[in-house]
Design a protein around this ligand. Structure first.
Ligand code: ADP
Length: 608
């Protein structure tokens, strides 16, 4: 499957969109998480700081009340000019102030004039000053416990003022004021590395860990508030610049997100506020959000790396899948080629098997034909032989009648000689008879061999071996006649298709005739030549005898043709030899050599 170009572009675009979405999600999620973590931590810290602030303030709540119950105070208020009483009260206030660890403790008369003070003996003594404009005085004059945070009118030191009315019976005749410093608290917060401030109900920061934030406002002050602050000389100043919180965004009931804008820079902050309604104050904790940006950056980078890893894995997987697909395609093609080849081989094998079957059938047919032919040939040969035998019958009768007539005469003669008692002559006659029967046996034996149906099977016969065997059997005669056989054979491995015994028989006949021919020859010589000529082998036996006279040549192979005397030849040798050679599909020829001697050639089929 291959994707087109527009589809690929669309896919890439979708991938980029998904990746961007995931990055945005990672950023949003990590930011939300980190903000929540910071908010929770801030809330916890705010609780702790609220506790410490309350503790710093509340432990002095009782002080003006307890001091107001001191009878010496009313006595002085009744007689403000009484120096002794004033001194007593001064010392009393100093002692209590020291013990309570408040900043200062003083007594005002009903008009707000300071009559006695714990710091009576210092240059900054309050005595003689009038504090009628201070809200805490007014609150106490009205019979309440007064609370006020402001900068000291005399000392210019900020502090928390707690006041309580002094009663003479039912009448309020004066006010006791305790001033408490919150400097130590502020100092501690600063040491803790916090960024926070405590503001009054109008949002003026009167306590701040950052010096620069002090006396700044969370929001612009309305004119009447400014006037009130000025009238009450609360903070000893009348300029209150803004803290510089811009872009405020509410996250929660007590949490906002904003930028703290200063001349130098702009900081992204988390602003958490806790209100203290009884004091009319608010504590504001400002947390720098730079770490949030780092966390977000880390999350975005992490997600981007993850996406990159995913992309790399996907590309790798796609490459691998493509490679596997290519391999599969290649192996499928290979398998198909293999199958086609197998099919071709099968078809070819089938054709070959068919051809082979056909060949086998033809061979069988041929063998059958050959066997039939051979049988027919044998029959023909046999028929020929019988015809020859027919011809021979007269000859044989003649041949056998002669010795039979002689034997009868000899036997009759022997009978007479026996009657006469001439046993010696009888013995001679019997010897003759015996010789004649031997000759007759020889004739019948040769005839039997001639007439026998050939059953010899052709086989490869080593010509060299057949010649050697014939030579061995004639060895005695060769030695007697002092004839050395001259055997010439260029290829000694030549074989003919014949029967070894029959071939030897033919060779013996031919050699015996040659020996007969060269008997009276002074330089008798017989040679045997073996020649391979195409598919035939020609064996020639040549002698240097008188040769064959032309008139004998036509009847040379006739049975019982002989030029030799009665006791020497039967005239069957060549006839039998020709019959044997023809049995094996060969031929036997007679001729005279150029030098006068006879030459007989046996031609046989060469064995492959
Ligand atoms: P046999 O040897 O008993 O006479 P064969 O059939 O062998 O009978 O020979 C027939 C005749 O062929 C012989 O009598 C002879 O006259 C002639 N003959 C055979 N071989 C030779 C030869 N090598 N030289 C001359 N004449 C031969």
């Amino acid at each position: 499957m291959s994707t087109g170009r527009p589809a690929r572009i669309l896919l890439t675009f979708a991938g980029i969109c998904i990746a961007a979405g995931l990055l945005w999600l990672a950023a949003a999620w990590s930011e939300r998480n980190e903000l929540e973590r910071l908010r929770d931590a801030g809330r916890h810290r705010l609780d702790v700081y609220t506790g410490s602030l309350r503790n710093a303030v509340d432990r002095f709540t009782w002080l003006p009340f307890v001091v107001s119950t001191q009878p010496g105070l009313v006595a002085l208020l009744r007689a403000p000019q009484d120096a002794v009483q004033r001194d007593k009260v001064n010392r009393y206030l100093a002692t209590v102030n020291k013990a309570a660890q408040s900043n200062s403790l003083y007594l005002l008369d009903a008009n707000g004039l300071a009559l006695a003070s714990s710091n009576w003996d210092t240059p900054l003594s309050y005595i003689g000053n009038n504090y009628a404009f201070r809200p805490y005085f007014l609150q106490a004059r009205e019979g309440h416990a007064g609370r006020f945070y402001g900068v000291g009118f005399t000392t210019l030191q900020p502090g928390y003022f707690l006041s309580y009315p002094v009663r003479d019976g039912e009448r309020i005749v004066g006010v006791v004021v305790a001033k408490v410093s919150l400097d130590a608290l502020e100092h501690n917060w600063r040491l803790g590395g916090e960024h926070m401030l405590v503001a009054d109900r109008d949002g003026v920061a009167f306590l701040a860990t950052d010096v620069d934030w002090k006396w700044r406002t969370l929001a612009p002050l309305p004119a009447e508030t400014l006037r009130y602050i000025e009238d009450s000389r609360q903070y000893g100043r009348n300029v209150f610049p803004e803290l510089g919180l811009v872009g405020r965004q509410t996250i929660d009931h007590d949490t906002e997100r904003a930028f703290l804008q200063s001349e130098a820079r702009r900081i992204d902050v988390l602003m958490q506020t806790i209100k203290l309604p009884d004091l009319d104050w608010q504590i504001v904790l400002l947390t720098d959000l730079a770490p949030v940006r780092q966390v977000v950056a880390r999350a975005v980078v992490g997600t981007a790396l993850g996406l990159l890893a995913l992309l790399s894995w996907w590309l790798f997987w796609r490459q691998r899948r493509r490679r596997i697909r290519d391999n599969l395609r290649a192996s499928a093609a290979l398998r198909q080629a293999h199958d086609e080849l197998e099919q071709k081989v099968a078809e070819r094998t089938h054709e070959l098997v068919d051809a082979n079957d056909q060949l086998q059938r033809e061979i069988a047919e041929r063998i059958r034909t050959e066997a039939n032919l051979r049988a027919a040939q044998n029959e023909l040969v046999q028929a020929g032989k019988l015809a020859v035998l027919g011809q021979m019958a007269a000859g044989v009768t003649h041949e056998l009648n002669q010795p039979l007539t002689a034997m009868r005469a000899l036997a009759d003669n022997a009978k007479l000689l026996l009657e006469r008692g001439n046993t010696a002559a009888v013995g001679d006659n019997l010897l003759h008879i015996s010789q004649l029967t031997a000759r007759m046996g020889k004739i019948t034996g040769q005839l039997r061999a001639f007439a026998r149906k050939s059953d010899s099977v052709a086989e490869p016969v080593l010509v060299k071996q057949a010649i050697a065997n014939a030579q061995l059997l004639l060895e005695q005669r060769l030695r007697q006649q002092q004839v050395v056989l001259d055997i010439r054979q260029s290829d000694e491995s030549v074989q003919v298709s014949c029967n070894p015994v029959r071939l030897e028989q033919v060779l013996i006949n031919l050699l015996r005739n040659a020996l007969d021919a060269v008997r009276d020859q002074p330089d008798a010589a017989i040679s045997v030549n073996v020649l391979r000529d195409d598919g035939k082998v020609r064996i020639t036996v040549t002698d240097n005898g008188p040769g064959i006279s032309p008139e004998h040549l036509p009847s040379l192979f006739d049975p019982f043709f002989t030029t030799k005397g009665d006791s020497e030849g039967l005239g069957l040798g060549l006839a039998i030899s020709l019959s044997i050679v023809r049995d094996f599909g060969g031929n036997l020829l007679a001729s005279n050599g150029p030098n006068g001697g006879a030459c007989f050639e046996v031609a046989l089929l060469a064995a492959l």
